[in-house]
Design a protein around this ligand. Sequence first.
Ligand SMILES: Nc1ncnc2c1ncn2[C@@H]1O[C@H](COP(=O)(O)OP(=O)(O)OP(=O)(O)O)[C@@H](O)[C@H]1O
Ligand SMILES: [Mg+2]
Length: 157
Amino acid sequence: MLRAAGLSKTYAGPHGVPVPVLHGIELEVKSGEFVAVVGASGSGKSTLLNLLGLLEPASAGEVWLGEERVSHLGRRAQARVRGASIGYVFQSFLLLSGLTALDNVLLAARYVGRTTTRPSSRAGSSSASPTAGPCSIGRRSCWQTSRPAISTTSTRE
Ligand SMILES: Nc1ncnc2c1ncn2[C@@H]1O[C@H](COP(=O)(O)OP(=O)(O)OP(=O)(O)O)[C@@H](O)[C@H]1O
Ligand SMILES: [Mg+2]
């Protein structure tokens, strides 16, 4: 379960002028639930996902994953939680263009400590393999690139 309590974010704008974006967000997403965050451009969707995904700190409030208050962990501990529990597909995919699709997926698996052959067989049997081989990410279409990007987020089981 993912839970946000009183989550707020204020950026420092030009000349130090505060830019308040999120105010006291209360959110609970139960296991198996599918949630879409919708809103006008600039309303704070990416900011909210960044806070929930522990990519940047909140100005106030808490993020809970199950029974653990992850928002108040140190950066290293947050990185471990993120690697183990959070899949994040960025709009720009953020894949390494020098690697094949398969190697991108396997690299993500190494970061989360999955060094067994299972990630390799999973990656090979799902999104990455049909067009992996020597083809690099950089020459792929958006659709082709999205498949390994999604696969890298599912290396944690
Ligand atoms: N690092 C930052 N520093 C200052 N202001 C920021 C920063 N990041 C975002 N903002 C501001 O926060 C507000 C929310 O931005 P955010 O990117 O979360 O919106 P969004 O809903 O994802 O928009 P879009 O639909 O265009 O992606 C905007 O006014 C934006 O200019
Ligand atoms: Mg956005």
